[in-house]
Design a protein around this ligand. Sequence first.
Ligand SMILES: Cc1cc2nc3c(=O)[nH]c(=O)nc-3n(C[C@H](O)[C@H](O)[C@H](O)COP(=O)(O)OP(=O)(O)OC[C@H]3O[C@@H](n4cnc5c(N)ncnc54)[C@H](O)[C@@H]3O)c2cc1C
Length: 470
Amino acid sequence: MSGIGEDLKRVLGGSKVETDPHVIRLYSREPSGLEGMVEAVVFAESASDVSKVLSYAYEKEIYIYPQGSSTDLVGGAYPERPGVVLSLERMRRIKEISVLDSIVVVEPGIRLWNLNEELSKHGYMFPIDPGSVKVATVGGAINTGAGGMRGARYGTMRDWVLGLTLVLPDSEGTILRLGCRTLKCRQGYDLARLMVGSEGTLGVVVEAVLKITPLPENVVVVLSFFPRLEDLVEAVIDIKSRAMDTLLMEFMDADSARLAAETLGASIRPDGHMLLVGVPVNREASERVLGELRSIMAGAKASSIYTARSMEEAEEKKLLEIRRSLFATQAILTQRQFQGRKVMMLMEDIAVPPSRLLDAVKMLRELEERYGFKTVLGGHIGDGNLHPTISYPADDEDAKRRALEWYYEVMKLAVELGGTVSAEHGIGVLKKKALELELERIGSRRALELMRGIKKVFDPKGILNPGKVI
Ligand SMILES: Cc1cc2nc3c(=O)[nH]c(=O)nc-3n(C[C@H](O)[C@H](O)[C@H](O)COP(=O)(O)OP(=O)(O)OC[C@H]3O[C@@H](n4cnc5c(N)ncnc54)[C@H](O)[C@@H]3O)c2cc1C
C-alpha cells in the first residue's frame, strides 16, 4: 500500500491529498463508533478529480470509500479495509436553481441544511430532513436513500432524485449522465434511481438534479403526552381518518421522552408517551386546524397538550427539541454510564406498518428486559419507522456480543410484523445478515444474486466501498 498517497498527490496535486494520520483518523470513523484506517484522504474538487482517482484505483486495485459527512449509522462510509477515503466535501456548489422547472442542480458535497437556506430565499425547499440535516450531504443522502421527520408526507430520497452524474470505477473513470432534468422521464431501465440507496458501491455521484417543492404557507404544531400507548394510537387513527395532511407525526415512548427532557433540562415535563404532530395550513385556517387537533388529543385522553401557531413558535417553545434529541440523549446517558471508556452506539432503523406499532413497542420493551440494555425509543410514527437505540463499552466483548444479538433480534421482529430492517439508514456492514433474512422471508433470496450481478457490472474489480450492502 505504501506510496499511494504520493502517487495520488502526483495525479491530483498535493493540496487535494492528505496523508497526516491525525486527519486520516478523523475521516475513517462514523458516529456509531466504528473506525478503520486508510492510506490517504482525497478531497476531490471536480468530476475530473474523481475520474482520475477511480481510474488510478482501478489500475492499482485500491479500495475507495466515497464519503460525505460520514454520519451514516450502519458502517456505510467507514473504511472497513485499507484503501483511500474519497471525500466529496469540497464539491458543494449549487449550480442552478430553477423555480420554473422545479429543480435544483447541485454538487454532492453540499449539506442539506445549506441547500435549504438558499432555496428558502425563493420560497422553496428540498424536503428530505434527516436528524443530521445540518451536516448530511446530498451525495450521502442519495446513497443512503435518506428520509427524516417529513417522510410520511414527502417520502425519501428516491422520490426526489431526477438525474445524476456518476463516475464509474473503471479504467477510464467514465463520467456518465443518468436520468433527466424534467419531472417526467422514461429512459429505459431507471439507472438513476438504482443509485439511490446504493451506498457508494456502484459509482460516485458528482452532480445531482433534484426536485424541489414550495415551502408550506404555515405549519401548526401540537405536542401531546398520553399515559396509555393505546390512546396515542387512537389519536393517530383519528387524525388519519379525518384525512388530515400531516407534515410531522413523531413518537417517543414515555421513558425515553422523560429521560430526554431530564437530560436536556427541557422546560416541557413529559407525563406519558409523546406524539408530535405538524400540519401544513393556509394562515387563515391555522386556528381552526389547531382547535381540531387539540380536540383530537383531548378526546384521546392526552394528559398534557402544547400547541404552536407556526413552526417559528414551535421552535421558540422547543416543541421539537425532545424528539430531535434521540441520538444525543443516548450519547449523554452513555457518557454518564461508562465515563471515560470508548463507547459503541447502535441506532436501529426498522419500519413496521403503523398499524403494528403497539406490538413493536411491546416486543422492543421485552428485548430491553431480556438483554438488559437501556433503550431510548422514538421514531416517525406516520410511516412506522422506529429508532430504538442502545450503547455498550467498546472494550467489553460480552456486551458487544449481546448488543449485536439485540440488534439482530430487533430487525427480526420488524420482519415478523411485516416491516423492513432498514427504512432510511441503509444496510452498510451492520445489516447485511438481516437483509438476507428479510429477502428470504419474502421469498426473494434470488434478489441477492441479482444485486451481486449488478455490483459486478458496475464495479468489476470490486474496489468501490467493498464489503457493504451485499
Ligand atoms: C444524529 C443522527 C440522526 C440521523 N437521522 C437520520 C434520519 O432522520 N433519517 C435518515 O435517513 N438518516 C438519518 N441519519 C443517518 C445519516 O445522517 C443520513 O443518512 C445522511 O443522509 C448521510 O449523509 P452523509 O453526508 O453523512 O453521508 P455519509 O455517511 O458520508 O455516506 C453515506 C453513504 O453514502 C456513500 N456516499 C457518500 N457520498 C457519496 C457520493 N457522492 N457518491 C457515492 N457514494 C457516496 C458513502 O460511501 C456511504 O455508503 C442520522 C444520523 C445521525 C448521526
